[in-house]
Design a binder for this molecule. Sequence first.
Ligand SMILES: *Cc1c(COP(=O)(O)O)cnc(C)c1O
Length: 222
Amino acid sequence: MSEIAQNLKKIREEIPQHVKLIAVSKTKSVEDIREAMQAGQLAFGENKAQELTTKHEALPDAEWHYIGHLQTNKVKYMAPFVAMIQSVDSLRLLEEINKHAQKYSRVIDCLLQIHIALEETKSGLSDVEVVQLLEHPQLQDMKNIRICGLMGMATYTDDTNQIHKEFRGLMDLFQKIKHNYFSHNDAFKEISMGMSSDYHIAIEEGSTMVRIGSSIFGERNK
Ligand SMILES: *Cc1c(COP(=O)(O)O)cnc(C)c1O
């Protein structure tokens, strides 16, 4: 068994059935991704629009998730095929996704990215901003996007209490939003949290989707 296949097997044994595994393949080769697919992995995550498009062309049968910061002018490249955009951080971006999804008669699944970390460099909406977005009247007109939940990245730290606290905060916000805005909408059900260093904690705190890169494919070249 290849190293990638072994890593996948080990991770699948560790995570519950209901938690979806997104294999983060950024910077990794098409050959590496193909190996993961042969080991039964279908969903992959990328954080650059160009790289996502190139890899989709090479491997159209994979399910592609976009997890990086997205500029509005790049939406058009992924609109025909992207399975989920997990990093939506503005109404303007949602509007653009909606517009391009409409051209392809698609409904694109989206997650709202929430800023939960101490690091300012990590992006995402604040608790106040996400409420403003959800209460914006324009949102009701966007028929070609589906808001499926929230995504967040915890602080990169050894302090596991801090990580627990951040993921718990995201879970609390998810529950509040679910109750206030999506109580009759079954699509709003995903909490995408947990990466190689913290997915065990994320799962304890209720993650439904983990995004794991280096523990599957090995360290990335910077
Ligand atoms: C790179 C990345 C991951 C995966 O990180 P690893 O530490 O390699 O598991 C997860 N989520 C996002 C948003 C990323 O950019």
